[in-house]
Design a protein around this ligand. Structure first.
Ligand SMILES: [Fe+2]
Length: 381
């Protein structure tokens, strides 16, 4: 066995954790903050709940959009370079935190935003940064990745230097999250934990996080969706989502790739687009990941028997039941994807979003077969 694991981010977790944000700013030497967020966070007063606690002067950049385009990354770069900020605070879901992470990088590294699309292209250490997630989903507060949309396609700005200095994960901030956002972001977190567990890059550390994350999410996502004020469910979901952020060091398999192909074309929230393939992905990978299926089935609460294909199918059924409860579509047909699009989507998936870390290798033909099963709602691999 051989693996490496790198997570320099300080994590402060729990109800009331936000009250410590000012202390974190001081500890990082911050005197002038740029708060990167979106207009919903400003309108709902959540941004102010954060700025009230910073204890330093600040400006707010609130032009982050869902699935931000590279132009938004450029605009946040222009903003952070326009004044002498010495700390960046990200408040919101994955999109806001991703833009905050690159803002910290762009403050100390010159060049157009698009020149950083790819891996490891920041030469200098970014500004210190604090991430405050307001959803329980992306785990972006603990990852090296910022997603950007370039010419309608999902791309990555990846660098270990982008790992935030501090993650303040306060479940209180998720209490007011509407059911639809709770559903989509929670499903994203379930995908991160499950796909990372199936990855060839999985290690005992990412597996431990993933299994705990899955177990928490499977037991609490529907509760958080049904009753937003259920504090125990919210706390468990926040924890499950950050476990997914840790597990993400093992990278995603083809579930997220499939999600990217349908998200841009059918304008779906990220968690819906990657949640739809999840049951099919698990049943498809079951044989390739045979030795790991028993533990996965236990985390999903569907243990029993030794046959990996049967366990994969049971997990798929359980995932579909959760998605149905959350009113997330479970078939491509139900989503309104034309049957005639399946081949082109499959080709885009394997060419644009390959996964060298996937234990299953797909070509356009085998991927098209998977798209057909997702269209029909057929879990039989
Ligand atoms: Fe995701």
């Amino acid at each position: 066995m051989k693996f490496s694991f790198f997570l320099p981010t300080k994590l402060s977790f729990g109800f009331g954790a936000l009250d410590g944000a000012g202390g974190e700013v001081r500890a990082l030497g911050g005197t002038k903050a740029l708060l990167v967020t979106d207009k919903v966070m400003v309108k709902t007063g959540i941004a102010q709940r954060v700025t009230d606690r910073l204890g330093v002067s600040f400006d707010i950049y609130d032009d982050v959009e869902a699935e931000p385009r590279i132009e938004v990354a450029q605009s946040v770069a222009d903003k952070v370079r326009s004044s002498g900020y010495d700390i960046v605070v990200g408040v919101g879901g994955g999109s806001a935190m991703d833009m905050a992470k690159v803002a910290a990088g762009f403050a100390t590294n010159q060049g157009q935003a698009k020149a950083f699309v790819g891996n490891g292209l920041f030469a200098k250490k970014p500004l210190p940064s604090i991430m405050v997630p307001t959803t329980a989903g992306t785990g972006a507060e603990l990852t090296v990745t910022s997603m950007v949309t370039v010419d309608g396609h999902k791309q990555w700005i990846n660098s270990p230097l982008l790992l935030p200095s501090v993650a303040v994960v306060d479940p209180e901030l998720t209490i007011s999250m509407p059911p639809g956002v709770t559903a989509a972001t929670g499903m994203d977190a379930l995908c991160h934990n499950t796909e990372a567990y199936l990855s060839n890059l999985a290690s005992p550390i990412t597996d431990s996080a993933a299994i705990e994350g899955i177990s928490l999410i499977v037991r609490h996502l529907e509760r958080a969706y049904d009753t937003g004020g259920d504090r125990q469910a919210r706390e468990s979901m926040s924890l499950g989502a950050l476990m997914g952020g840790i597990a993400l060091q093992a990278k995603m398999v083809f579930g997220h790739s499939i999600g990217y192909t349908i998200a841009t074309r059918f304008r779906l929230p990220h968690g819906v687009s990657c949640g739809l393939p999840l049951p099919y992905i698990v049943s498809n990978y079951a044989t390739a990941c045979a030795p790991k299926m028993k533990r996965l089935a236990e985390a999903y609460g569907v243990a029993g028997g030794d046959d990996p294909a049967e366990l994969g199918k049971r997990i798929g059924e359980k995932t579909m039941a959760i998605a149905s409860h959350l009113k997330i579509p479970t078939t491509l047909k139900g989503l309104g994807v034309p049957e005639s699009d399946l081949q082109a989507l499959a080709e885009e998936c394997v060419t644009m979003y390959p996964r060298p870390n996937s234990p299953l290798v797909f070509d356009a033909k085998s991927m098209a077969a998977l798209y057909r099963r997702m269209w029909e709602g057929n879990l039989e691999a």
